[in-house]
Design a protein around this ligand. Structure first.
Ligand code: RB5
Length: 149
């Protein structure tokens, strides 16, 4: 599994924890920054990760900022991206099973790191359930096309 990961300064510490905890021979992380805890603008990192996931270069993306909100807003501007801000295991599972979300966003200032890691684990183990959910995703794609230039 190829995972694109990125954070701003407010998510830097949690990004490093997640990479260390979840890297293994079958799971490769590519880090799109930030590379230090110095301030950076979250849309720059969200755009880079979202574009890479949208192009199909990665199976999943993970984006972390202070709240996870800015990363989700920015990533969802990229066509083909379904970024989900998750606060617990339930929303992480539902985002994969129902929404086929391809980017997880997390808020380092909101979550204890152990809970954040539980969310990442649920996310990585999740699968799209298909069925009735597939038609709903098709409607999301229609909306995207309606407003694309
Ligand atoms: C940075 O201070 C903060 O605004 C950012 O990390 C994020 O929470 C935005 O949504």
């Amino acid at each position: 599994m190829r995972i694109a990961i990125g954070s701003d300064h407010a998510g830097f510490r949690l990004k490093e924890i997640i990479k260390k905890r979840f890297s293994n021979p079958g799971r490769e992380f590519t880090d799109f920054g930030a590379n230090t805890p110095e301030p950076v603008d979250y849309p720059d990192i969200a755009g880079a990760v979202a574009e890479a996931v949208s192009r199909g270069n990665y199976d999943q993306g993970i984006l972390i900022c202070g709240t996870g909100i800015g990363m989700a807003i920015a990533a969802n501007k990229v066509p083909g991206i379904r970024a989900a801000l998750c606060h617990d295991i339930f929303t992480a599972k539902a985002a994969r099973e129902h929404n086929d979300a391809n980017i997880l966003t997390l808020g380092e200032r909101v979550l204890q790191s152990e809970i954040a890691c539980d969310i990442v684990e649920a996310w990585l183990e999740g699968h799209f359930a298909g069925g009735r959910h597939a038609g709903r995703l098709a409607k999301i794609r229609q909306l995207e096309q309606k407003y694309s230039c």
